[in-house]
Design a protein around this ligand. Structure first.
Ligand code: UDX
Length: 437
């Protein structure tokens, strides 16, 4: 199977490398010359565990190539995936589909034969209809089918998620072209299908909505446990035990029930907003997701106040060390990271922020111009009146508490990810603040 990926960002590159690893012949296209040059030189444009070796092996095997020339990439392809960005449009929160539509037009113009076009980008309901319309208008002579196949990859675990998915969702039209597309997609995913990953064939709009519903549900689950955490603090209960106690019920499930500083990243914040816009457009509001978005936004600032509270009555002039800046571990992604709101509320209160993150500091520098960036956790903690763990990187899970205490001005630990045991931290002489415990 000859597969072309339009867009070699996070989703396009991971998916392209994994498809090549399945034995398909894959060409990844991107407009950014610098990105393609880097890939040719064996450098990854993003940080994702295992991606560099996967790319290298498949390039060496001749199954994975890169180009900035879309027409060259599309010529002779059986399947073309659209994996370009769909950022939130400034001002109104709608997903910006201009890159998707531009790609559709260019693919149609470059096509040399019958084509299955797959939207992998997260796109609002109805986008497949518009992609199909654009392509048919550009090339009435072409046999095409437009399919929706959302990705469910987590940053930091993307390769594993791709190769062992809980499910594959494929949305197509109920037509002859649709039936042909389903057969082609079955071939594309055959290695997974043979591994018994469920493959779900649905209508195209259903598939598009499934992606948003999945992310909105997960965001709701996190936000639910975060509010329960606050209640735990108020009544003297322990949210970790509540989470375990409800999560062991199979109907609820244990995953995505960890209380923390609120969800961030490139998907949940953007996709919940886009879902609300769709709901509004179709006059079918989803109040529960509306509440989730508001509660999560407020929570990030609330976490800043929590850290300030740990500094006592007069925080002005004090120093806080933030450990972990990215929205979660094993990524360099700073998008909508709770650390940004925490750092902002500290700065607003006249507190100096020192910070360390294993992978995110380059991206963080531009976003936190007043912070002092340091080489490791202990350097960040030097002279600090409190240390706050904002992201649960492994490097922060087993800190040498005695060493930490020695370099700090005051031994205060604010654990926004609940990775420490209160008794152990207090025994080391610290004042300990957790979330919901
Ligand atoms: C998510 C979805 O999981 C994935 O299926 C989708 O395709 C893209 O969006 P990602 O954004 O990479 O993936 O990260 P994820 O691991 O899902 O975490 C999202 C946010 O939720 C992070 O900020 C994380 O810290 C937070 N989170 C997650 C919690 O606060 N508690 C939890 O229990 C789980």
């Amino acid at each position: 199977m000859r597969i072309t990926m339009i867009g070699s960002g996070y989703v396009g590159l991971v998916s392209g490398a994994c498809f090549a690893d399945f034995g398909h012949d894959v060409c990844c296209v991107d407009k950014m010359q610098a990105k393609i040059d880097a890939l040719h030189a064996g450098r990854m444009p993003i940080y994702e565990p295992g991606l560099d070796s996967l790319v290298a092996a498949n390039v060496a095997a001749g199954r994975l190539t890169f180009t900035t020339d879309l027409a060259q990439g599309v010529a002779g392809a059986d399947v073309v995936f659209i994996a370009v960005g769909t950022p939130s449009r400034r001002g109104d929160g709608h997903a910006d589909l201009s890159y998707v539509f531009a790609a559709a037009r260019e693919i149609a113009e470059a096509a040399t034969g019958p084509l299955v076009v797959v939207t992998k980008s997260t796109v609002p309901v109805g986008t497949g209809d518009e992609v199909e319309r654009i392509m048919r208008e550009a090339r009435p002579d072409l046999t095409i089918a437009v399919v929706s196949n959302p990705e469910f990859l987590r940053e930091g675990a993307a390769i594993g998620d791709f190769k062992r998915p809980d499910r594959i969702v494929i949305g197509s039209e109920n037509s002859n072209d649709g039936a042909r597309a389903r057969a082609v997609m079955r071939d594309v995913y055959r290695p997974l299908y043979l591994n018994e990953s469920p493959i779900l064939f649905t209508g195209r709009r259903t598939s598009e909505l499934t992606k948003y519903a999945a992310n909105a549900f997960l965001a709701t689950k996190i936000t639910f446990i975060n509010e329960i955490a606050d209640l735990c603090e108020a009544v003297g209960a322990d949210v970790k035990d509540v989470s375990r106690g409800i999560g062991l019920d199979n109907r609820i499930g244990r995953k995505f029930l960890h209380a923390g500083p609120g969800y961030g990243g490139s998907c949940f914040p953007k996709d919940t907003l886009a879902l609300l816009k769709t709901a509004e457009d179709f006059d079918s509001p989803i109040q529960i997701v509306d509440a989730v978005v508001k509660v999560n936004e407020a929570r990030k600032r609330k976490m800043g106040r929590k850290v300030l509270g740990a500094l006592g009555d007069a925080p002005r002039g004090k120093t806080v060390a933030l450990l972990g800046l990215t929205f979660k571990p094993n990524t360099d992604d700073m998008r909508d990271a709770p650390s940004l709101a925490v750092a902002q509320s500290l700065a607003d209160a006249g507190v100096t922020v020192r910070a360390h993150d294993p992978e995110g500091m380059e991206a963080a520098r531009g976003l936190l111009p007043d912070a002092v960036f340091t080489g490791d956790a202990y350097e960040a903690a030097t002279g600090a009146d409190a240390v706050a763990i904002v992201t649960e990187w492994d490097a922060f899970r087993a800190l040498d508490l005695q060493r930490l205490k020695q370099v700090m001005a005051a031994p205060v630990l604010v654990d926004l990810r609940n990775v420490y045991d209160r008794a152990a931290v207090e025994a080391a002489g610290f004042t300990y603040h957790a979330v919901g415990r």
